[in-house]
Every structure is written in C-alpha cells, then in structure tokens.
Design a protein around this ligand. Structure first.
Ligand code: HH2
Length: 258
C-alpha cells in the first residue's frame, strides 16, 4: 500500500503533494513502482497534529480520488469522518482506512451501506496528546482485545468479515518498547483471522533506533516492513514502494522454495 498525503503537514511527505496534480503524479509513480493499493490521506495524524475541518479534508482528498478512480488499482482513503467516507466511496474509493476503527458516530453505517473494505486501527488517545504518556499493562493482548471487539462491532453493524482488515497502529499512543512488542507479537493479531495491515514506514520509532530523520529512514522502513510480513502482515503501508517491493520479492523467492 503506497501512501500519498495530500496535506501541508504530514511528518514525512507533508507539503510535497498538497496540490491534486502533484499528488496524481505521485500516484502514477507509486503505481509504476508496483503498489497494489494507494492510500490517500487529507489529515495528518502525526503526534501533535491538529484536526482538519471536513470541508478542507474534502477539498484535499476528493478531486484526487475522482482522478484515480480508473487508475487500475484499489484506492483507499485514510479518514475518520463518516461524511467523507461516503463521499470518497461514491467518488471511487474501494477501501476506508480509519485510524479511529470506525468508532465515530455514523462511521460503521457509512461503510456498511457500501461494498467497500475497511481497515480498523488501534490507537490510544488522540494524535494531539497520544505520545505524552502511553500506558499498557500488556500491550499485545490489549491491542488484540480492542481489535477483536471492533471486528465484532463492524460485523454487527453490517460489514462482513471478508471486508475487514486490522492494524495495531504503530506509533499511535505507543512507546518504542510498545511498538517493538507489537511487531514481535504481530502473529497474535493475524490469528484473529483477517488480514493485518502494518504501517511502520518512516515512523519515529525507526528514528529512535537508527538516529535518522524521516527522509533518511528508507532502509529502516524496508527492514521493518519485511519483519512485519514475516510476522504475518498481509499489507504494508509504505512511502517507499520500489524499495519495499524489491525486499519482499527476495523474501518471497526464498519463502516459495521452503
Ligand atoms: N499511520 C499514519 C497514518 N495512517 N493508517 C493506518 N492504517 N496505519 C498506520 O500506521 C497509519 C495510518 C501516519 O503516517 P503518515 O500518513 O505517513 O503521516 P501523517 O499522519 O503525518 O500524514
């Protein structure tokens, strides 16, 4: 899954693709690099980010979704807002990626009324404050329990299991140790029986390990993506598609000869 942030303030690519034309060119590049899914976001959720008003998020995201409706691969929209979920699906998106796990009022209904897929992500707190003092007694089982409950809620709300994906939400209210424990224990989430999505690309946990700034975290991101796949992830959400694809091609070649 290749990431395109149509925002002025995303932590690694903020401002680079803020215009629809720039973002569309980026989408073409990611498809050429071998992305299987595109994930378009109009609201940064980096630690400390301020919420974006519906109209502004709509203005950033919808023209790009319309433009990519026939791009040949599924388009996912990263939003927490039920109104935008509906509009994005109507404009051609086939997946909603919600860091709030469809918990906003009306979000389950917005997806249930369509045939789109949804990614349910775990977070502790909100982007503005989530990294202040994240706390868990047992991070893997707590995240697993939350995702199991949201899977139940989504199915009760009319979204069948085959449309659902789960994500531990690396960096969303988690210390480095929490993130590492989740990566080590990712298979326990995969055991829930739906595909696991892992978003580690360029995140600050990789900066803490390597000392590199966001732009210099490509090698660390590729390593993290590879580990996530080895631990059961089916989808990796990345900024650097070509590098990740090559690494996974090697992994696959070895794996398929087991
Ligand atoms: N991470 C980010 C945003 N959306 N969605 C899912 N499902 N999983 C993630 O790990 C995830 C996500 C944050 O990364 P990015 O989009 O690159 O930055 P920003 O939030 O600053 O736009």
């Amino acid at each position: 899954m290749g990431v395109i942030n149509v925002t002025p303030d995303s932590f690694s690519d903020g401002g680079k693709y803020a215009l629809t034309a720039q973002a569309a060119a980026r989408a073409t590049a990611l498809i050429d690099e071998g992305a299987d899914i595109l994930d378009i976001g109009g609201e940064s959720t980096r630690p400390g980010a301020l919420p974006v008003a519906l109209d502004e998020e709509r203005r950033r995201v919808l023209p790009l979704v319309e433009r990519l409706a026939d791009c040949g691969i599924p388009v996912s929209v990263d939003t927490q807002k039920p109104e935008l979920m509906r509009e994005a699906i109507a404009a051609g998106a086939s997946m909603i990626n919600d860091i709030n796990a469809l918990a906003a009022r009306g979000a389950l209904e917005a997806v249930a009324a369509t045939s789109a897929a949804a990614c349910l992500m775990h977070k502790q707190g909100d982007p503005q404050t989530m990294q202040r003092d994240p706390h868990y007694a047992a991070v893997v089982s707590e995240v697993r329990g939350f995702l199991a409950a949201r899977l139940e809620a989504a199915q009760r709300g009319g979204i069948s299991r085959d449309r659902l994906v789960i994500d531990p939400g690396f960096g969303f209210g988690k210390t480095l140790e929490h993130n590492l424990a989740l990566l080590r224990g990712l298979m326990q989430l995969a055991d829930l029986g739906v595909p696991v999505l892992a978003g580690l690309s360029r995140k600050s946990m990789l900066g803490k390990i390597t000392g590199c700034e966001a732009e210099g975290r490509v090698f660390a991101s590729v390593a993290a993506a590879l580990i996530a796949v080895e631990k059961g992830a089916s989808i990796v959400r990345v900024h650097d598609v070509a590098a990740t694809r090559d690494a996974l091609a090697v992994w696959n070649a070895v794996k398929n000869n087991d």
